[in-house]
Design a protein around this ligand. Structure first.
Ligand code: SF4
Ligand code: SF4
Length: 445
């Protein structure tokens, strides 16, 4: 009975904490500007099925892709077994789903092979990160918590799979010897070998029951802890990858969204019969009146989708490894753009939690992302193409550049003269429209 009460307390606490964290993340994402991404629904479902569920962009790099699919399938499928653990924990039963007979044996056997696959894949991932040290895993932006976070989760998965297999090894031995309520059910292709290798003697039934119980508790507490860890780590992508891909940009990747108000201003300048647009109305965000801004100074000026992108980033670095600016030694890393956006969003969220509403802290996205990084981008969209969960770092870069140019008059010298020419001559060149033919004649000769 005490065990059942303890189980209920742990389960309820974990679910409440998870719900609170999910609410916080949802509130943070909603701090972004409105944007409608609900058109072409059929296309969106197909895209989500292919890219998020089918992991089509992961297998572009086959070894990492296949290993990731094993870990992902293991995470999803082995957790079906958690359902049985929860029912057993709540009602004091043991292997309650075993009434399914042969199908139950098939399930447990498959879980065991998957658990072994996850164990091996995580070990290879650890080796790639810490021994082989692939370039994208040793870059500066991963120093500190991001590197620890990645390793911690891999070690946790190995520990969880070990506990699962050890639990089954002790259980199957108890079953074979018909001890207590341990009836012969299931199939144990992997843990059976572990039990043989460890030569669990039936005489030590008390020790075996203790091993089985400890591993059972470790497994379920580990999974509940993992659930709550997800929401404070890059592993949130396990949950967010699906909606994030569903809400992908379906327009051509290189299409830059116009600002309706600026378009309206230009139209009214060209044609005086068109009335200039009305000034935008201030709107409330986190209890504060926000006025319209050109481009993005802070997270409030980005679309909610860019903020969801930031939370969905797996920090895999595929974008950075394809980025021509990064490859040629520039400071820009699209992965860092996403990490900085998420870190700033979290910082803003903490201020709102502490003060009950947003209070300017004198910082912004530009405190973390430098002009040099922003202007290094060629807008080639190789990063967006490479991202396995369709994240769009270019949108954030373009919005931040817009702010620099339109509100701060800060741009590269070459661009400044181009802007002046466009303003004065209606073209990027340093001569007026009346001299265009002269230029054309010169080019001909
Ligand atoms: S769009 Fe910019 S950030 Fe993305 S790969 Fe190209 S240069 Fe790099
Ligand atoms: S933006 Fe995409 S490709 Fe880049 S690190 Fe994040 S998840 Fe990986």
């Amino acid at each position: 009975m005490i065990e059942r009460i303890a189980f209920v307390v742990v389960l309820v606490a974990a679910v409440l904490l998870f719900t609170r964290n999910v609410r916080r993340i949802s509130r943070n994402i909603k701090l972004g500007k409105d944007e409608d991404r609900t058109d072409r629904k059929g296309e969106r479902w197909a895209l989500m099925t292919r890219v998020a569920l089918g992991q089509s962009k992961m297998v572009v790099r086959p070894i990492a892709g296949i290993l990731h699919i094993i870990v992902y399938a293991g995470f999803v499928i082995i957790n079906i077994e958690v359902l049985e653990i929860v029912i057993d924990g709540l009602f004091g039963t043991h292997r309650v789903l075993s009434f399914m007979g042969g199908f139950y044996a098939f399930l447990i056997g498959s879980f065991e092979w998957l658990a072994l696959g996850v164990w091996v894949a995580c070990a290879i991932f650890l080796i790639r990160r810490n021994i082989i040290k692939l370039k994208r895993f040793v870059m500066k932006e991963l120093d500190g918590w991001p590197r620890t976070d990645a390793n911690l989760i891999l070690f946790s998965e190995i520990a969880l799979m070990t506990a699962f297999l050890l639990m089954n090894a002790a259980d199957s031995t108890l079953q074979q010897h018909g001890i207590g309520h341990y009836r012969e059910v299931g199939s144990y292709p992997v843990s059976g070998r572990i039990a043989e290798a460890l030569s669990f003697p039936a005489q030590l039934s008390g020790t075996l029951v203790a091993i089985e119980r400890i591993c059972w508790w470790f497994h379920i507490i580990g999974i509940l802890a993992f659930l709550n860890y997800l929401v404070v780590s890059k592993h949130l992508h396990i949950l967010l990858a699906f909606p994030n891909v569903w809400y992908s940009k379906l327009k051509p990747k290189t299409e830059v969204a116009n600002m309706p108000r600026i378009t309206g201003e230009v139209k009214s300048m060209i044609d005086p019969s068109i009335a200039p647009p009305e000034p935008a109305q201030p709107h409330l965000v986190a209890g504060v009146e926000m006025t319209e801004r050109f481009g993005a100074k802070d997270v409030f000026d980005l679309s909610w989708k860019s903020l969801m992108d930031a939370y969905s980033c797996t920090e895999c670095g595929r974008c950075t490894s394809e980025c021509p600016a990064n490859i040629t030694g520039k400071l820009l890393s699209p992965r860092k753009i996403m990490m900085d956006t998420r870190d700033r969003l979290e910082e803003v969220g903490r201020t709102i939690d502490a003060k009950g509403k947003w209070e300017d802290d004198g910082k912004s996205l530009h405190t973390r992302i430098t002009d040099e990084e922003l202007w290094a981008c060629t807008t080639c969209n190789a990063c967006t193409q490479a991202c396995p969960v369709n994240i769009d770092p270019v949108n954030i870069i373009m919005e931040m550049r817009r702010f620099l140019v339109m509100e701060e008059s800060r741009s590269r010298p070459a661009l400044t003269s181009m802007f002046t020419n466009v303003e004065n001559n209606g073209a990027p060149w340093a001569f007026g429209p009346d001299r265009r033919m002269e230029w054309a004649e010169e080019m001909k000769s």
